[in-house]
Design a protein. Structure first.
Length: 115
């Protein structure tokens, strides 16, 4: 069993920045991928950003150029740097990790973008 713990959410004004962290209880060196998803009220959970074992990244179109996913293998932690935040970025952000043994989710962290 793998535990993923997200942190870094909060309330921020439009145009502001936040950095989310996802700490894994297992080494992320051998992941298939690590990803961030978000779920806005009344909407389905959607993929925001993903990084593979080889370091290949991809992003949902609306966050390209604003969000950056990165990882620190020594800390078994994945980050999501979010800049130029918009009200439509509001939601619960979830970390997902995929290993050979299976996929695991964190409990989520709330991000609210509002003036």
């Amino acid at each position: 069993q793998v535990q993923l713990v997200e942190s870094g959410g909060g309330l921020v004004q439009p145009g502001g920045s936040l950095r989310l962290s996802c700490a894994a209880s297992r080494s992320i060196f051998s992941i298939n991928f690590m990803a961030w998803y978000r779920q806005a009220p009344g909407k389905e959970r959607e993929l925001v950003a993903r990084v593979t074992r080889r370091g290949v990244t991809d992003y949902e179109d609306s966050v390209k150029g604003r969000f950056t996913i990165s990882r620190d293998n020594t800390q078994s932690t994945v980050y999501l740097q979010m800049n130029s935040l918009k009200p439509e970025d509001t939601g619960v952000y979830y970390c997902k990790g995929s290993w050979y043994s299976g996929d695991y989710w964190g409990q989520g962290t709330q991000v609210t973008v509002s003036s």
